[in-house]
Design a protein around this ligand. Structure first.
Ligand code: TA6
Length: 293
């Protein structure tokens, strides 16, 4: 099918009616629906699809950097490039395709990137939808016998929530985090869960590989499982920052939360011929919990 401006997208479906949409623009997952057709990812109603800018929402793949800490554009160039479908990717583990509907995408370094990031890489992304409706993304970045290079990475995951003030994240308690709102100073999470009353923009460090995002109103929990991604970015712009973003509605902060599997504090370094794999698995489980006020 075609997406916003005629750039191809792939639709994955499972036998129970769940679906995932992946745009070749950026290799970006733009929709993940459960078997009832309910959307599970946030996309801004004001998302402007003007290449090269990424659509605001879904799961932009941030490579070779997250944030604007280095010389490249915010969150790197991978999310702004056109990827190709890879018909015969190098084999993955059988579990990575058994019973799944999947697509393999490929982004290779070209002359254009080499100007701003002079390293030769192949980035293969497998997006798959399980029979259970679970969404998984597997990124494999390989250094194609060029100079060693380092990169930071994030699956910039925009979760759709019913009311941000009734959402809590479990699994980050007691961890250290860098606070982007306080000059990236290091703090320690004191709460027994992360809850939201104002703008939050943090990088939690050395996180467990399972994080739960509990959405009270819908009685549903997003389970986030990851491998090769030690850090977790948590971001909600809240009201003031929302108003400053042209491709984001003023009230939309109430219905979204970014919880990004990431490798940020310690960039990944690849010598020639080496490959890094970063896995993310998202699933939704019913949950009944009460958030103590
Ligand atoms: O920490 C996450 C972050 O870097 C925030 O500072 C904010 O800029 C957010 O990403 C927005 O990124 P995006 O590319 O989605 O506009």
């Amino acid at each position: 099918t075609k997406d916003w401006n005629g750039i191809d997208q792939v639709v994955l479906r499972n036998p129970h009616g769940a679906s995932v949409k992946v745009s070749l623009h950026g290799g970006q997952v733009t929709s993940w629906r459960n078997e009832h057709g309910e959307e599970l990812l946030f996309t801004s109603s004001k998302a402007s699809f003007k290449p090269p800018k990424a659509i605001r929402g879904g799961i932009p793949v941030c490579f070779p950097q997250f944030g604007n800490c280095a010389s490249l554009e915010q969150h790197g160039f991978a999310k702004n490039k056109i990827w190709t479908v890879d018909e015969n990717p190098p084999p993955l583990h059988p579990n990575d395709s058994h019973g799944k509907s999947f697509v393999d995408l490929l982004l290779k370094s070209t002359e254009e990137e080499l100007k701003c990031w002079p390293y030769s890489f192949e980035f293969r992304l497998r997006v798959s939808l399980g029979a259970d409706g679970g969404l998984s993304l597997i990124s494999r970045v390989r250094n194609i016998n060029g100079k060693p290079f380092s990169f930071s990475f994030a699956y910039h995951t925009y979760l759709l929530v019913s009311d941000i003030s009734e959402v809590r994240i479990e699994g980050l308690e007691t961890l250290d985090y860098l606070d982007n709102l306080c000059k990236k100073e290091r703090f320690t999470e004191q709460g027994d869960a992360v809850t939201f009353e104002s703008e939050v923009d943090r990088v939690y460090l050395h996180c467990p590989n399972v994080i739960a995002v509990l959405d009270h109103e819908r009685k549903r929990t997003y389970m986030i499982r990851k491998e090769g991604l030690p850090d977790v970015v948590v971001w909600n712009p809240w009201e003031k920052k929302s108003k400053s973003m042209v491709d984001f509605g003023d009230e939309e902060y109430k219905h979204m939360l970014c919880v990004d599997g990431a490798a940020m504090e310690k960039p990944i370094t690849l010598k020639p011929g080496e490959e890094w794999t970063g896995r993310l698995e998202l699933s939704v489980v019913p949950s009944s919990f009460c958030i103590e006020h």
